[in-house]
Design a protein around this ligand. Sequence first.
Ligand code: FES
Length: 200
Amino acid sequence: MSFHPEIPYATAFHKSERKLSPEGEPFAFTPEQRQKFEELASHYPPEQRKSTILYALFMVQDRIGYISAAGMRHVAEVIGCTDADVEDVATYYAMFYKQPVGKYVVQVCRTLSCALKGAERVTEAIANHLHVAPGGTDASKTFTLLEVECLGACDRAPVVMVNDGWHECLKPEDAVTLLETIKAKGESALSGCVHAVEGK
Ligand code: FES
């Protein structure tokens, strides 16, 4: 008799939907990046070089816009750890993109406060306007739409983050206006945190 009875959900459990990052172009830090990286790494004891994985991954993303498999391998090589160590970190944090993204990443919070205040309608308005589903990038590669968990401004729900800019209390119709403004004005439309005034 087996001590391992058949588990009905075992098949589904083993069918992982985890997607590996695309290989991407061959990747290596530029001499300037490498120097900057080594300067930071010099603040850690040599046996704790792995503590620099986050920093190194940000450097990859700053350079190519996402974390490619080639980028992860280079980070592992530079740090002297395994590819799996780097992949563990890259896949744990939501701020690392595992696929190429558009110039502007539109992140709509879908956690409770935002959900109760209509975040789903905001996502829907953006998705319809861009003709993409959440997780997708529009045809012009300008916008990527993502649904994310709490962005930490629950009292100003629903919250949308575009690159590093915040937009709070965003109504669906204002979300579309925001996209159009970004298209017209570029980066300058993102400056700072945009609060909607209560009642307006
Ligand atoms: S629930 Fe949306 S910011 Fe916290």
